[in-house]
Structures are given as structure tokens and as C-alpha cells.
Design a protein. Structure first.
Length: 295
């Protein structure tokens, strides 16, 4: 059911219009002036706004302009309803962002047709939005595991790093002897292990942390506002959760371990140096026997 706003300072006109719209199965909101109308549109996910031109406070076309400036993430289809019928008036309304223009007195037949065309545009708009969101999600996530892909985990890190006074904890995680899993059980089993490990890491983190697939069987975890010692604790929690998990894949039950390197970065420290430090720590964890967390 679409939500429709009727903004008109004339109570009778408003009520007649509202009654008609309710009969057409719209959920109707009413405002008697431009400022109230603006608040309703800001907060109520309204799809269609029927706006009178001359109203106290904020007039219809200026209201329309303000609606466009809001940049809401859904489309508001604006129809200016007015007694003004000059060509220049029409042009002004369209120029300020109206989608359509209806001159009083109008028949309900005319209104119904104009609402029909409004719905057509809104449906198209929603479809585009949906397609955009789907594509966007596909470009930022790793296809296999569903966590962030390498490009977007690095983007997140750069964004955080640009913020003032944030210390960021970094963990690089690498699966131990993963090649052997592929060689012994096949690539498909390896893929399932990658998915399970991604899930365990995600479940160990808070909502505000980030995890991404950094390489084939390597993961990067970003911990905003955590220092290196706090990050070490999180890394150990991840390591233990993986060590204690039994990976059930088909009829197999596997035990897997990971090695982790931890570092952190503050403002004015070099981000690449911090990533290299985590990488070096990971290397040391591998060298000293694997299934370890090293700072
Ligand atoms: P180490 O303990 O030293 O880390 O040894 P490793 O065997 O884990 O490391 P190595 O770098 O020798 O091998 C990593 C393997 O990960 C090789 C590669 O084929 C595999 N791999 C990378 N991406 C994927 C993937 O998407 N799916 C599967 N199944 N395997 C992958
Ligand atoms: Mg009026
Ligand atoms: Mg590796
Ligand atoms: Mg490995």
C-alpha cells in the first residue's frame, strides 16, 4: 500500500481528497501547511505527495525543492495541485522538482490517471534501487564466503585510518596446512572450510568490527578502537574457536587450525607498516609451529 501525503491549507479540499485516496486504498497523511508536510515526508516513507501551491509558512514549490534537497533514499513523487494555470507556473513547479502538475478544479478521473502514472514511475524507481543494491552487495562481498572482499576490507581500513584519533587493531589470519586439505579431500571441501572459518571469525567479532578475505586462505580483521593487547585477546579467541570446532563437511569431520599475526595502527603511524608488522607476526607464528597468535 503506497503512502500518500495531502498538503493543503484548505480543510475541505484536504478532506475530499483524502477520502478519495483512502477509497483507492492509499494510506493517507494530511498536512495543513508546508512545514508540517516537510516533517511528514522526512519521517514517513511517503511515496506520493499531492501538494497545494499556496500555503502558509512554506509554499508548495519551495517545499518541493526542499524535498529534493533531502536526498531521501526512496523516491517521493510530487504532484503540485493548484489554481495557478499559467504556463510559467507549470514551468516553475517542474523546475523546482515537481513530477507532475494538476490544475484545480480537477476531476477524480484525471487524478486517478495521474496517480496511475505516479505508481508506474515509483515501481520503476524501486526496481532500479533493488538492482543497484544487489549489484553493490555483490561488488563488496566475496562470492564464496560472503564476507568483505579484499578491495572493500582495504577500503574500510583506509576510511577508518582517515578518521581522527582512532587506534585500529589488525589481525591477519592464515589457515594452517590448507593445501593439504585441498590435496587430500579436494577443492570443494576446501571451499566449505573457507566458508565455515569465515563464519566462525564473523561470529567471534562485534558488529562494529570488519572481516574480509585478504587472500586465498587469508583473512584480515579490523578492530576499531582496540589497541594491540586487546586485539591479541580477540585473535586468541578466534584461534581457540577454530581449534575447538569440528568441521562437518559431508561425511567428514575435520579439525583445522589457524595462525594469526596481530598489530595496530594509530594516527601518524604508517598504515602499510602496520599491515607488514601483522604479516611478519603471522610469519613468525607459522615458523614457531602454527596454531599460534603472535604480536
Ligand atoms: P601454511 O600452514 O604454511 O599456511 O600452509 P598452507 O598449505 O595453508 O599454505 P599454502 O600457501 O602452501 O597453500 C594455500 C592453499 O590455499 C593453496 C591454494 O590452492 C588454496 N586456496 C586458495 N584459495 C582457495 C579457494 O578459494 N578454495 C580452495 N579450496 N582453496 C584455495
Ligand atoms: Mg492553499
Ligand atoms: Mg597463505
Ligand atoms: Mg595457509
Amino acid at each position: 500500500m503506497y503512502k500518500v501525503l495531502v498538503a493543503d491549507d484548505d480543510k475541505d479540499a484536504r478532506e475530499v481528497l483524502s477520502a478519495f485516496l483512502s477509497k483507492l486504498n492509499y494510506k493517507v497523511y494530511e498536512a495543513s501547511n508546508g512545514l508540517d508536510a516537510f516533517e511528514l515526508i522526512k519521517n514517513n516513507n511517503i511515496s506520493i505527495a499531492l501538494i497545494d501551491w499556496i500555503m502558509p509558512g512554506l509554499n508548495g514549490v519551495d517545499l518541493c525543492q526542499k524535498i529534493r534537497e533531502l536526498n531521501l533514499n526512496h523516491y517521493v513523487y510530487v504532484i503540485i495541485v493548484t489554481g495557478k494555470s499559467d504556463k510559467d507556473d507549470t514551468l516553475e513547479a517542474l523546475h523546482k522538482g515537481a513530477d507532475d502538475y494538476i490544475v484545480k478544479p480537477f476531476s477524480f478521473k484525471e487524478l486517478k490517471v495521474r496517480l496511475f502514472s505516479a505508481e508506474r514511475i515509483i515501481k520503476l524507481e524501486n526496481k532500479l534501487k533493488e538492482a543497484y543494491e544487489k549489484l553493490y552487495n555483490e561488488t563488496i562481498h566475496d562470492f564464496l564466503t560472503g564476507i568483505l572482499n579484499r578491495r572493500s576490507i582495504i577500503n574500510e581500513l583506509n576510511n577508518l585510518y582517515r578518521q581522527p584519533e582512532v587506534e585500529i587493531g589488525l589481525i591477519i589470519i592464515d589457515i594452517d596446512n590448507f593445501k593439504k586439505i585441498n590435496d587430500t579431500y579436494g577443492h570443494l571441501v576446501g571451499d566449505e572450510v573457507l566458508k565455515d572459518i569465515s563464519r566462525i571469525i564473523s561470529q567471534t567479532l562485534r558488529k562494529t568490527d570488519f572481516v574480509g578475505r585478504y587472500g586465498g586462505e587469508e583473512f584480515l580483521v579490523i578492530l576499531p578502537y582496540l589497541n594491540i593487547n586487546e586485539s591479541y585477546k580477540i585473535a586468541e579467541r578466534i584461534r581457540k574457536n577454530i581449534e575447538n570446532n569440528s568441521f562437518h563437511i559431508g561425511n567428514l569431520e575435520l579439525k583445522i587450525t589457524v595462525s594469526l599475526g596481530v598489530s595496530s595502527v594509530k594516527k601518524y603511524e604508517n598504515l602499510n607498516d602496520a599491515l607488514e608488522a601483522a604479516d611478519k607476526a603471522l610469519y613468525n607464528a607459522k615458523k614457531s609451529g602454527k596454531n599460534k597468535t603472535i604480536i
